[in-house]
Design a protein around this ligand. Structure first.
Ligand SMILES: Nc1ncnc2c1ncn2[C@@H]1O[C@H](COP(=O)(O)OP(=O)(O)OP(=O)(O)O)[C@@H](O)[C@H]1O
Ligand SMILES: [Mg+2]
Length: 369
């Protein structure tokens, strides 16, 4: 049985249609992330599922039950808000217990359930503290315990890690996934952060202007974005536009405005003269000394080799990022830091090299606001 089904949900605020005809099925135990730009309707969708906002159209089914018009406390859903929303005047124990009182759980059961929830998020021993006496990560886990203590069928997480510093965020990411897998709870996780979405999810939904524009596993979404907007939202930075000049044996030849001729995988229906955008992953490009270009040219084997100049070098510890230029075009290259620092410096002439299968051939779409 599917755990959560959204049928054609729509929501309007005044004249603005902020969620449009959205349909979705989430399997029991699945971890689904919603990724999309600010204002695309992620929180509104979660709030409709939780019962905090009513949809104008559509239906919400949870565990086979139509919950579209049920009040929030009758839905069996736990939600963690971006700002945790812990009550500042209550201890963590009372914060966690609050939901149980709302759900009219017998007094004799409350203490045991609070202790189990706090144990699950490793806050045992801190139950008498107030939120201001806890670190950001501990507060975040308190909010998670409060959502989990009601033993919800569904957990909704609205950017729960966004207030944490980078290290804590990484630790909490692992903990969150661990807790989710241990209790096997169906989870919808909203984030702006592609790394969080890629690392946590069974499935990612990319949302634009109130609609889901692509869904798939993290690998499908990252490796095969359907358009340049999804690709750039997943962190891809290198796009070269041009026209198809040939399509042979699954490879197209693309000519860019400045005269580059590049090989790329063909999409099924591409024909000569079509406009195309090539998205080239920065971590798949090799950066070589300028002289390598001639050798590659001489025994050209359908690799892509272009001459460029290093404009900017960024040392990132585990990787080194080069911003290279070629006429007006900028190409970002990310290489592992294997030689105790950058091998090239600003102003160096270099050759950039990548295989046709390291880029994706995309159709052109306009990003949303
Ligand atoms: N109560 C409201 N009244 C009017 N407009 C609203 C209301 N709540 C949200 N909106 C609008 O609906 C749109 C979607 O908002 P929503 O909060 O769902 O976006 P989001 O995808 O969660 O964005 P973010 O990533 O910034 O949190 C936005 O344009 C927002 O301004
Ligand atoms: Mg939001």
């Amino acid at each position: 049985m599917k755990d959560l089904i959204l049928h054609n949900l729509s929501k309007r605020y005044q004249k603005n249609l902020v969620v449009e005809d959205l349909s979705l099925e989430v399997k029991e135990g699945e971890f689904v992330s919603m990724l999309g730009p600010s204002g695309c309707g992620k929180t509104t969708t979660l709030r409709m599922i939780a019962g905090l906002v009513s949809p104008d159209e559509g239906q919400i089914i949870l565990g086979g039950r139509d919950i579209t018009f049920l009040p929030p406390e009758k839905r069996g859903i736990g939600m963690v808000f971006q700002d945790y929303a812990l009550f500042p005047h209550m201890t963590i124990e009372d914060n966690v217990g609050f939901g149980l009182q709302m759900h009219k759980v017998p007094r004799s059961d409350i203490k045991g359930r609070i202790d189990r929830a706090l144990d699950l998020v490793q806050l045992t021993g801190l139950q008498k503290r107030y939120p201001h006496q806890l670190s950001g990560g501990q507060q975040q886990r308190g909010a998670l315990a409060r959502a989990l203590v009601i033993e919800p069928q569904l957990l909704l997480l609205d950017e729960p890690l966004s207030n944490l510093d980078a290290k804590l965020r990484q630790e909490m990411r692992v903990e969150l996934k661990d807790i989710q897998q241990r209790i096997g709870i169906t989870t919808i996780f909203v984030t702006h952060d592609q790394i969080e979405a890629l690392s946590l999810s069974d499935r990612i939904l990319v949302m634009v202007r109130g609609c889901i524009v692509q869904e798939g596993t993290p690998i499908e979404i990252y490796e095969k974005p359907k358009d340049s907007f999804v690709a750039s939202f997943l962190g891809q930075e290198n796009f070269i536009d041009g026209k198809v000049v040939s399509n042979i044996d699954g490879l197209i030849n693309v000519k860019s405005a400045e005269g580059l001729v590049l090989f790329a995988p063909a999409n099924s229906d591409m024909k000569n003269g079509d406009d195309v955008i090539l998205a080239i992953k920065k971590e798949r490009i090799k950066i070589l000394p300028e002289g390598s270009y001639k050798d590659i040219e001489n025994n050209r084997t359908k690799q892509n080799a272009i001459k460029a100049k290093v404009e900017f070098v960024t040392y990132l510890g585990t990787t080194i990022q080069y911003l290279c230029s070629l006429h007006e075009r900028r190409i970002v290259v990310s290489v592992p830091n294997e030689a105790c620092g950058p091998a090239f410096k600003k102003g160096d002439a270099v050759t950039l090299l990548w295989e046709p299968l390291d880029c994706i051939s995309l159709t052109v779409t306009k990003p949303s606001s």
